[in-house]
Design a binder for this molecule. Structure first.
Ligand code: SAM
Length: 384
């Protein structure tokens, strides 16, 4: 009963909102693991679309982005149209700063005529994400994950001693100093209220973490989701330098900077993106449905962490998805998946007979994962 109610809450949030306003998986690791090239035909989940744009830099033939949430596809479509029809300066205003005073004019005159009907209607209703409201002056404070981040951020920066330490953290380029600042911040940030909030199902749903994934994540951690998140935060703020960590910095400050942002927001890559962005296509459906309707020989499937969503509550759908993935693979096709679970034992048995999986931990020269919230990253190679 409680579990059905929790599922309903997640479905209501996920079914009515843009959830992710930025991708939450590190494409630098993905590209090192997957080795995309000019022969790659990639199928991936859309999320916020940042990573599809990143993969374009490896010059693949095609990238098909699938998402059941049409708002996520509308976000990627908006990004691609700005890249195609505007200049770097405007792209950085919208998606680097998250704020553009001229958003209305560009939208009406240039972008809207080239957007799909759904995307045009969606952004007509939600253009204030970019023009700001009284309190929220950044796109990164909108969408359900952005709103959750905004609440936490506001609470933290309303206290001057925390605000100062967060600012020190943002400019710190020395790892041992960064550790010192974080050790001082941790008990202030993860106080009783924040820990309570992090353990609330509604809050996790806003962040895009359904009940099934919460269950997988908190296994083995004292303190539930708050305990899991504390470990993740320590992994990021104590073990690695924040200098290039645009994932966490965007939620600490509400925007990117030109020297710390996803690749698609770097000026040097703008010309290549303008040329290759038509290779990205978006599709609103489940991954299984997409593969049923669009059979093909794909070289890479980027599954993000979405199988956590099916692992415990919808195993038949997970099996069906794997059947379609295998049907559309050729020897050498690669799979990338992440999970909040320590051991991914939910992959169906028949898959292991045909796909060889390796943990990313077996690739010692891999760049550090700046997101730091997935316990498991797996690369699979289709054998036959
Ligand atoms: C699994 S979520 C996770 C977010 C991710 N870790 C990231 O990088 O932002 C990514 C997207 O997958 C979509 N999704 C979940 N299950 C799906 C499915 N079976 N088929 C297609 N899209 C799905 C969600 O709507 C969401 O936008």
């Amino acid at each position: 009963m409680v579990s059905r109610l929790k599922q309903k809450i997640f479905q209501t949030i996920h079914g009515g909102n843009l959830v992710y306003n930025t991708c939450w998986e590190d494409p630098r690791c993905d590209r090192a693991l997957m080795k995309f090239d000019q022969n790659s035909r990639i199928v991936m989940l859309t999320s916020a679309g940042c990573n599809a744009l990143d993969y374009l830099l490896d010059n693949p033939i095609s990238i098909d982005c699938i998402d059941v949430n049409p708002r996520q596809n509308a976000l990627l479509e908006l990004k691609t149209k700005i890249i195609q029809h505007a200049d770097f300066h405007l792209l950085f205003e919208w998606f680097g700063k998250g704020y553009s005073a001229e958003a209305n004019a560009l939208f009406r005159e240039v972008l809207a005529p080239d957007l799909s009907e759904y995307s045009k209607n969606y952004w007509e209703r939600n253009l204030h994400f970019f023009t700001g409201s009284r309190w929220r002056k950044s796109f990164y404070w909108f969408g359900s994950a952005g709103s959750a981040a905004f609440m936490l951020h506001k609470r933290l920066v309303s206290r001057p001693h925390i605000k100062q330490k967060l600012e020190d953290l943002l400019v710190c380029s020395d790892l041992s100093l960064q550790r010192d600042i974080y050790e001082q911040l941790e008990p202030l940030v993860l106080d009783g209220f924040t820990r309570w909030l992090l353990n609330r199902h509604v809050f996790q749903s806003m962040l895009g973490v359904p009940q099934m994934q919460q269950n997988l994540a908190k296994e083995g951690y004292a303190g539930g989701m708050a305990g899991y998140i504390r470990e993740c935060l320590r992994n990021v703020f104590v073990e690695q330098s924040l200098t290039e960590n645009y994932f966490w910095k965007v939620y600490l400050q509400g925007h990117y900077t030109t020297d710390c942002c996803p690749n698609y927001l770097k000026e040097e890559y703008f010309p290549v993106l303008q040329k290759s962005v038509p290779r990205i296509k978006t599709h609103t459906s489940t991954l299984s449905e997409y593969l049923k309707q669009n059979p093909g020989t794909y070289t890479h499937f980027i599954l993000l962490d979405h199988q956590d969503w099916m692992a415990t509550h919808n195993f038949p759908a997970l099996e069906e998805e794997w059947r379609h993935l295998l049907l559309n693979s050729v020897p050498g096709t690669q799979f990338l998946l992440r999970s909040a679970a320590q051991s991914v034992d939910f992959i169906p048995k028949f898959v292991h007979e045909r796909v060889e999986f390796q943990s990313a931990a077996n690739f010692p020269s891999l760049p550090i994962d700046r997101v730091g919230t997935y316990v498991t990253t797996l690369k699979g190679i289709f054998k036959y």
